[in-house]
Design a protein around this ligand. Sequence first.
Ligand code: APR
Length: 235
Amino acid sequence: MIKKIFILTGAGISAESGIPTFRDAGGLWQRVDLNKVATPEGFQEDPDLVHEFYNKRRKELLKVKPNPAHYALAKLEREFPGEVVIVTQNVDDLHERAGCRNVIHMHGELLKVRCMFCGKVFRETGDVFTSTPCPSCKRKGSLRPHVVWFGEVPFFLDKILKELEECDLFVAIGTSGTVYPAAGFVELARKQGAKCVEINLKPAENAHLFHEHRYGPASKEVPKWVEEVLSTQSS
Ligand code: APR
């Protein structure tokens, strides 16, 4: 009987919703220089360019919707008799819009901004500029996307590592296994005895660390896997 499932999702779970991944053909990092838009140095250098990049991604996010993979995880969260922990590297809100209730965003969220002066975090679905005042302390030029850039520490790592220690099933969905610390989670889960399953379009860089592999589009493979887990748990 599985007591706790730890699910790590990456850009691949949102690909069929129309959100580009980062490292596939035509991916985001082939079109935009990540050093300019996804590092603290890049933001320091040209904050308006960075705000423009995130304003564009925010607009695109509001036009897309969850796909069957997101809905399947929400069903698992509702119907699984044990605990389901969803940790996502994605900054989109498609898990939440599909009905998931406790999603841990380790790389932050596109629909949130943070004031570097007073530290407050706000929901933001519109555009932000260096001229936009902080809604709380009213300071100008102090707002930044509430996302984790390269070289910054991901959020909620203590909680994530605790959940990893306690899970008996670890599932990675739609992630290339190239960015740490997320890419190292499978090793921690495996070391403490969890069964590790990879669901992806093709083998991730750390595929060799998984016990089971399911290759195909997430919109097909995730609902299939969820039905299997729910039927074995109820029998
Ligand atoms: N179904 C399932 N998997 C898919 C699909 C699909 N339809 N399309 C693509 N994939 C898989 C690819 O095979 C690849 O393994 O999704 C993965 C996407 O890999 P990346 O683009 O590297 O995305 P991700 O692993 O989430 O990147 C991790 O890197 O740039 C940073 O912060 C960013 O959170 C991101 C992190």
